[in-house]
Design a protein around this ligand. Sequence first.
Ligand SMILES: [Zn+2]
Length: 233
Amino acid sequence: MENLKDRFWSLAACDQASGDLLRESKRIPTKVAELEAKAEAARDVADASKARVDQADAHRRAKEVELQDTEAQREKFQGQAPMVKTNQEYTALLHEVEVATQKISAIEEEILVAMDESDRRLAEYKIVEKEQGEIEAGLRREIDEYGKRLVEVERDLKVQEERRITEVGLLPDAAKLHYTRIHKRHGTATAWVVNGNCGRCHNQIPPEWINQVIRGEMKACGSCQRILVIPEE
Ligand SMILES: [Zn+2]
């Protein structure tokens, strides 16, 4: 009888270990998904900062093109000077040249502002890229750790399952039959007695049953039918 009690204790410990491992194995993918989302968010912050750099550069280049066009326009007006015939035409042409010159000066100012903006955004991006890159790298390391842990958990689950099968194989026929039937039904066939209750379904266990279990007899919970085990002497 003493052997049977030890066997049940061993099976209950095995069920508990497997349960803990199974819960952990289910938590890991959720945790990894959370970390992936955070890593993605860090990348998005850096990408948004890079987009602001590109936007500023594009604005500066557009202004440079506008400057070239306006300069070409002014040259065209200046080239027309020898061909004008009247004073009125000449005055009109001079006005066009003056307008173009003023526009060129305004665009040159805008280019200086745009260059400052480009530099400022690039400097900002370098800081953001470094910060977010470090955050992302940290998250990736954490994700790797979870990946390694999951491999361990799955390996330990196999070990526990092998241990369980071995222990079940050593049970006397009647106990083996009951254990196998309940395990098939619930996924677990043992229950610790906790504060006089079944640790699985919380059904109250009569005190005399607890004494019988302590003596090494097999008793099953009246409600869930799992084999009752006392956690410690
Ligand atoms: Zn129960």
